[in-house]
Design a protein around this ligand. Structure first.
Ligand code: ADP
Ligand code: ZN
Length: 209
């Protein structure tokens, strides 16, 4: 199955993707995680995008589209994938249409208050990328990942100024994709407010699996 996860920052796309990859036996492709790995490695791409990402802005379409196009050409995603964080603009969606057909677009429905609560408490493992939350899903030892022992930190773009910017960018550039995909008959909505186990249930129901 080929899926897009669409929703505001902090909606829980990555958290559900982790569960869904296991259920569907497909790879997750997270553009944000790919960029963060490049930043950690201080690669030319990482150095180029760091100040943009830290400020909560979007990386340019050309760079992002080239990255995804290359990733989608690899063998391990030919039978299915979850695209998490792409497309985020209409031009990205139009470009994707030309090199790939998706089965469904899962739209994460959550109010701004939910987003702020989640991003405010989010901590991420530098090594494996796992998302923790200081209220809902704390690491058992502060700053240490339960899964791989990596360092757990607060993303620069989860700090409050960048969060406001990301919400604004989402409303202006990403939210129009909801209608774009609804008109194509691909959109399924899920309520992203409940805890993850409940979301997994609505996800399966929405896909009829
Ligand atoms: P979240 O979903 O929590 O906002 P992500 O981890 O998906 O965060 O993305 C982090 C940052 O990476 C974005 O704020 C943006 O700067 C960059 N990014 C990720 N995906 C894209 C994309 N499709 N287009 C442009 N920039 C992107
Ligand atoms: Zn880890």
């Amino acid at each position: 199955m080929k899926l897009i996860f669409l929703g505001p920052p902090g909606a829980g796309k990555g958290t559900l993707a982790l569960r869904a990859t296991d259920i569907l036996k497909v790879q997750q492709i997270s553009t944000g995680s790919i960029f963060r790995a490049e930043m950690a490695a201080k690669s030319p791409l990482g150095l180029k995008v760091k100040s943009i990402i830290d400020a909560g802005k979007l990386v340019d379409d050309e760079t992002t589209i080239a990255l995804v196009k290359q990733r989608l050409s690899q063998d391990d995603v030919q039978n299915g994938f979850i695209l998490d964080g792409f497309p985020r603009t209409i031009p990205q969606a139009q470009a994707l249409d030309e090199f790939c057909t998706v089965d469904k677009v899962v739209n994460f429905d959550i109010p701004d208050s939910g987003v702020l609560e989640r991003l405010g408490g989010r901590r991420v493992c530098r090594k494996c990328g796992f998302n923790f939350h200081m209220t809902f899903n704390k690491p058992s030892k502060d700053d240490v990942c339960d899964h791989c022992g990596g360092e757990v930190y607060t993303r620069e773009d989860d700090k409050s100024d960048a969060v406001q910017k990301r919400l604004e960018v989402y409303r202006e550039q990403t939210a129009p994709l909801i209608n774009f995909y609804r008109e194509k008959g691909l959109l399924v909505d899920i309520d992203a407010k409940p805890m993850i186990d409940e979301i997994v249930v609505s996800f399966k129901k929405a896909l009829g699996i």
